[in-house]
Design a protein around this ligand. Structure first.
Ligand code: SF4
Ligand code: SF4
Length: 364
């Protein structure tokens, strides 16, 4: 056991330690594969370098290794994966290997033959939605393609795919216009509308402070009462409203972030823990998954004492390691949105059990 300091904390119930230190699975549950750096859009929070398409042989090699290890799901992403000239071959190879195939896309410019390819090979699509009309969509994405065509493509995919999720990167503007998205999202009726906290240290991202996220969470809860399945889909301290019951419904937690259960193969040809943690873990899944940095990220013993006795620690993991890195220069410290007063209030209320969610995340 390399991290014996785990056991030095006061107030920690030793019998719960295996629960507190989430066991990483022996193999990733999903491999995220960036197949191109090209994209038609220019989103302000994009993490992708504009690099060319990844060769088909490299993508197949990654899928071969994933299949040989027993990985169940692959997520095809970019850039915009629909721009890859071999997308059909990539998706059909993934299906041939019996993966659960997830596609992250903007759903722009889908021809009838492309629609057929997608509906034949994709199990779940995660589609970015950054505007509630043409003007707001173009303001964020700089897309020159018709918004109504994109919405038509979303409805077409919704009609044929087993699962469709929508995804929106949270910005200050989005926070102010949240309710304007609701009629469109209600019409599309995705399995989930995932909102993604912008992982960034820009001036704009810093405006999205605790007050901003508390207010957004209250709007999320109102939308959920109107039967819209909307959640914040990446890591955030689940106690920010002072109520873990609210956190349980409004937030997915950190499970799918920071290399806990999946890793990303960048278009540059190496693996990293997530889109936002850029440590090069190596060039094979096996090497990457065994990289000691993933064990470091999986630790929780550096979190505040309140987290150590929190009933949702396993799901929340104290929030986002990538944001800790940006705010404090180290991933192994508390999330900048962690607030002691809210945590004390939340932990004083009855313990809620947290339900699990389907895996999803987004770059697009
Ligand atoms: S106390 Fe810590 S682990 Fe619990 S919800 Fe808050 S940040 Fe997460
Ligand atoms: S975030 Fe996605 S859709 Fe936006 S520019 Fe980057 S790759 Fe393209």
């Amino acid at each position: 056991m390399p991290y014996t300091r785990r056991y030095q904390f006061k107030h920690v119930n030793i019998s719960k330690l295996t629960h507190i230190y989430m066991n990483r699975p022996k193999i990733p549950i999903e491999i995220v594969i960036e197949i191109t750096g090209r994209c038609r859009q220019v989103c302000p929070y994009c993490t992708g370098p504009r690099i060319p398409d990844v060769p088909l042989a490299d993508i197949k090699d990654t899928m071969d290794e994933a299949a040989s290890l027993g990985v169940k799901a692959v997520r095809i992403t970019g850039g915009e994966p629909l721009l890859h000239p071999h997308l059909r071959a990539i998706l059909s190879y993934a299906k041939q290997k019996k993966f659960y195939v997830i596609l992250n896309t903007t759903a722009e410019n889908i021809s009838p033959s492309m629609l057929k390819t997608l509906t034949t090979n994709v199990d779940a699509a995660l589609i970015s939605l950054q505007g509630y009309n043409a003007e707001t969509n173009a303001a964020y994405t700089r897309s020159k393609l018709p918004f109504l065509d994109k919405i038509g493509n979303i409805f077409a995919l919704k009609a044929y795919l087993p699962t469709l999720w929508l995804a929106t990167v949270i910005t200050p503007t989005f926070g102010r216009t949240f309710t304007k998205f609701l009629p469109l999202v209600q019409k599309i009726a995705p399995a989930n509308w995932a909102l993604f906290r912008a992982v960034s240290d820009t001036k704009e991202a810093k405006q999205m402070d605790l007050t901003f996220y508390r207010s957004l969470t209250l709007n999320i809860m109102k939308a959920r009462k109107a039967n819209i399945n909307v959640t914040i889909g990446n890591a955030i301290p689940m106690c920010i409203t002072g109520n873990l019951e609210t956190g349980k419904h409004a937030f997915i937690g950190a499970h799918f972030d920071d290399g806990h259960v999946r890793i990303v193969r960048r278009a540059q040809g190496y693996f990293q823990p997530s889109y936002f943690l850029e440590t090069n873990l190596g060039t094979t899944i096996k090497t990457a998954w065994n990289n000691p940095f993933l064990d470091e990220l999986n630790r929780t013993d550096f979190l505040p004492e309140l987290c150590q006795r929190c009933p949702v620690l396993e799901t929340c993991r104290g929030g986002c390691r990538a944001m800790s890195l940006r705010a404090y220069g180290t991933a192994l410290t508390q999330d900048p949105l962690f607030d002691q007063a809210n945590a004390i209030k939340a932990l004083s209320l009855p313990f809620p059990k947290h339900s699990s969610h389907e895996p999803f995340t987004i770059k697009c």
